[in-house]
Design a protein. Structure first.
Lengths: 83, 271
């Protein structure tokens, strides 16, 4: 770093952006980890059912498994197209 | 007791084969009878890095299929005692790797060949080849580059290691998995352009086995077909030697993680 970089306004470094993004995505992916093996297939089949009625994107069906004090919560999010 | 070690990463091209070659060579140099197995079926490469490509006759799939026994298939290293290479086959049929077949190869290496260490060079990805390389492992080395996609894939692989190994399935708990951060550039870290070793460790939360700097010595070594750990004057070679020492339980400080400090003038005007 040269003396001039101290005079410039401090911009967030790309490394710290990378770290923040990683922390978020890794936390999300860990939350479904160790879940039952049928989750991806369940997601795929749900998507097919939804598509019978509404045209939705490939990533429109989102499944998340959360564990809270001894009970498991299957959280299902379906994003419908606007309009 | 034979120890099976998988060198894995999820993401491709991060340095698994370079690391497998260095780790196996380093263990053999310390007197441990070691075999390094290329699990990258269809994309054999370890033979080139080890410099034995012209001596390949049989491969892993030949042994699994019974075309050759383990003694016939193992290639004895010319430079280092106690070191053996079992190449991957060039067939594209990944189904050739069966769990029973792979177990048979490990049993032969353990019982007939009396290996101390078996190093498994995993293919990229999280498909069958990678799972097979990891399944029987007693220990894992997770090779990661300081870069978002590599770190994310390593995290997935750490998750897989925690559930999809034989030890895990038999309820014996997670196998020890340690992080080897490679292609590290302290200069870029200092400039805020690259994730630091602390950043990666904080995210992955596993023990750090070593940091290998980005180094020209690695390409020189692969050009020559001589594992970089044998280049004892190089930074990468020394970093791998340190990692082998830590692998065996030595507690030595990490090197090559900081920029060589410049003088005051350099700090004022340097780039
Ligand atoms: N520390 C390093 N410094 C510079 N280059 C490196 C370093 N480590 C690995 N490389 C280079 O990166 C490339 C990939 O390395 P390598 O083949 O070991 O990766 P890999 O994880 O086995 O790849 P694949 O997933 O395809 O099997 C090679 O060209 C190698 O020379
Ligand atoms: Mg490789």
């Amino acid at each position: 770093m040269s003396i001039f970089s101290y005079l410039l306004p401090k911009k967030q470094s790309t490394a710290s952006v990378a770290k923040e993004r990683l922390q978020i995505i890794v936390a999300r992916e860990r939350s479904t980890r160790g879940g039952p093996d049928y989750l991806p297939q369940l997601q795929e089949e749900l998507l097919q059912v939804v598509r019978k009625y509404v045209p939705v994107d490939q990533d429109a069906v989102n499944i998340q498994l959360d564990r809270e004090s001894g009970c498991e919560i299957l959280e299902l999010n379906i994003t419908l197209p606007e309009g | 007791m034979t120890k099976i070690v998988v060198v894995t990463s999820g993401k491709g091209g991060v340095g698994k084969t370079t690391t497998s070659a260095a780790l196996a060579t380093g263990l053999a140099l310390r007197g441990f009878k070691t075999t390094v197995i290329d699990f990258d079926v269809g994309l054999r490469n370890l033979d080139l890095i080890m410099g034995c490509e012209r001596r390949v006759v049989y491969d892993l799939v030949n042994v699994i299929n019974g075309d050759a026994n383990i003694k016939q298939a193992l290639i004895k290293d010319k430079k280092v005692d106690n070191l053996f290479i079992l190449p991957a086959s060039q067939t594209r049929d990944k189904d050739a790797l069966t769990q029973e077949g792979v177990e048979g190869v490990f049993n032969a290496l353990r019982n007939d060949m009396q290996m101390d260490y078996i190093i498994c060079d995993s293919p990229a990805g999280i498909e069958k080849g990678a799972l097979m390389a990891a399944y029987f492992a007693d220990e894992a080395v997770v090779v990661t580059n300081p870069e978002v996609s590599s770190v994310r894939d390593s995290d997935r692989m750490i998750g897989i290691l925690a559930s999809k190994t034989r030890h895990a399935e038999q309820g014996e708990g997670d196998i020890p998995a340690r992080l080897l951060l490679t292609r590290y550039s302290p200069e870029r870290v200092e400039k805020g352009e690259m994730l630091s070793v602390e950043d990666v460790q904080e995210i992955l939360a596993i023990e750090l086995l070593g940091v290998v700097p980005e180094s020209q010595a690695v390409l020189n070594a692969s050009n020559a077909g001589s594992p970089v750990i044998l280049d004892i004057d190089s930074d990468a070679g020394q970093a791998y030697s340190d990692a082998v020492a830590r692998f065996l339980g030595d507690n030595i400080p990490h090197r090559f993680t900081t920029v060589n400090k410049k003088g005051l003038l350099g700090r004022l005007f340097g780039g």
